[in-house]
Write a protein of this length. Structure first.
Length: 95
């Protein structure tokens, strides 16, 4: 599943960025910006916009930051809870 590996790599990069900042209720503007900047080159606009919406529904800014803090720099896969959140967006992946 080439698409899932690409998404996992993109989400992994996003999670590392997420650990840097976190809001209490929703994602911060910086988290949204970092998410899209990390996602777009790997997965395309339709997927990334959908994934951001799913992440915002699934996690508070603090929870998203906590995921980033738990995710080691050298790990190759995104955390399971993040991957699960974006499953509805998988059909939108660009080839």
């Amino acid at each position: 599943m080439k698409g899932l590996r690409r998404v996992a790599a993109a989400l992994g990069a996003l999670v590392l960025l997420a650990g840097a900042c976190g809001g209490g209720d929703g994602l911060t503007d910086q988290q949204r910006t970092d998410f899209l900047e990390g996602c777009l080159p790997a997965a395309g606009e339709a997927f990334c916009e959908c994934a951001l919406e799913q992440v915002e529904e699934a996690f508070t800014g603090s929870e998203f930051a906590d995921i980033g803090a738990r995710f080691p720099d050298d790990q190759g896969a995104a955390p399971a809870e993040l991957e699960a959140a974006v499953v509805p967006c998988l059909p939108l992946l660009e080839d």
